[in-house]
Design a protein. Sequence first.
Length: 188
Amino acid sequence: MAIKIFIDQGHNPRNPNSGAEGNGLQEADLTYKIGIILRDMLNKNPEYEAITSRNSPDEILGTSNSTSLSARTRAANEWGADYFISLHANASSNSSATGSEAFVYSQTSKAKPLAESILKWLQYIVGVKPRGVFARPGLYVLRKTAMPALLLEMGFITNAGEARNMNENPGDYALGIYDGIINYFGTN
């Protein structure tokens, strides 16, 4: 039986819940592209079945921040996902801030070792340094999912180099996440 991975492309292309902007880019556009590539990679592997929260670049989920987040977690719960991965691009007032990090509900979550594997492989494939995996039980998508869930900040949209890399090389980010997943599960 295939491992079911729900890929949430964080944020909407415009409000509600539009996400961060930096270096002329919008977070929702980056997460959309990387999420679609990752979904397709996983679906080519018979060990996995993957779906995304947004299926077109202009799709808007919800009418407010709370209904946007609710739509994402409800879709994953109703589908019966085994794991939930929410893709994001970080932002900081410090334009030199760099790296990837992940958030899980707790340090004992089954999602933590998956997050660690993804960060390791993102570093290997993309070169982005891991900042760590942190417990953040207050995050809606980690609280309201019925399966192990992680929120992945792939890099900083406010860092010119990382923003450019996420925009110009989305396949590299998808491959890093994919390799992290298949290495965690021990599949090929």
